[in-house]
Design a protein around this ligand. Structure first.
Ligand code: GRF
Length: 197
């Protein structure tokens, strides 16, 4: 089976990246981590890439806070192409991707979000669910389009909200589910891509 070339983008602690690279190492995900890129110089996700011997790079994001400067986004496209990335995996990447990336990788960028989309897009989705008095929330893997936390849904997993949950305890429970769901969803996409070729 051909192994799908992944480019993983993240800004933070990288626990989803770690779960994915562990899944690849264990043979459960027929993919290869080709590159890990972060817009944050000292993000732990880059250290995780190094531990798994995956090429990694810091991308200076430019002057904007919530998106990449257009020249930086063009550079990102080039870095991913140079690494022969076939699927772009967002794992806690805190910037909204715009047309350079969306046009370069049509239906080839996926994200994981800590709610049952379309409910609670945006920041701290677990806190939004808690504040809304929900009893169930979860996580969603979806294709990335031009809207935030939007795009066709690939997979979802429910997570219960318990009576004494704090934002932190709920987020931790959702992350456990994410670490199972994301590698499993990516493995399925890899197998589907193999059937097409
Ligand atoms: C995850 O909770 C994911 O749902 C959201 O960002 C977080 C990243 O966490 N998009 P980590 O860096 O993978 O630990």
């Amino acid at each position: 089976m051909n192994r799908l070339g992944l480019g993983i983008l993240g800004s933070g602690k990288g626990s989803n990246c770690r779960a994915l690279l562990e899944g690849i190492r264990a043979g459960a995900v027929p993919a290869e981590g080709r590159v890990v890129i972060s817009d944050v110089l000292d993000a732990p996700i880059l250290e995780i890439a190094r531990k798994f011997s995956v090429p990694n790079a810091y991308l200076p994001p430019g002057q904007f806070r919530t998106r990449l400067e257009p020249s930086a986004e063009m550079e990102l496209v080039q870095m991913l192409r140079d690494a022969e990335v076939e699927l772009v995996v967002l794992a806690g990447f805190m910037r909204v991707l715009k047309s350079p990336m969306l046009q370069a990788f049509p239906r080839r960028i996926i994200n994981i979000h800590p709610s049952l989309l379309p409910k609670f897009p945006g920041l701290e989705a677990w806190r939004q669910a808690l504040d809304a008095g929900e009893t169930v929330t979860g996580c969603t893997v979806h294709y990335v389009d031009e809207k935030i936390d939007h795009g066709d849904i690939i997979a979802q997993r429910e997570v219960p909200i318990l009576p004494n949950d704090s934002a932190e305890s709920l987020h931790a429970r959702i992350q456990v589910a994410e670490h199972e769901l994301y590698p499993a969803a990516i493995a399925k996409l890899c197998r589907e891509s193999n059937r097409r070729t």
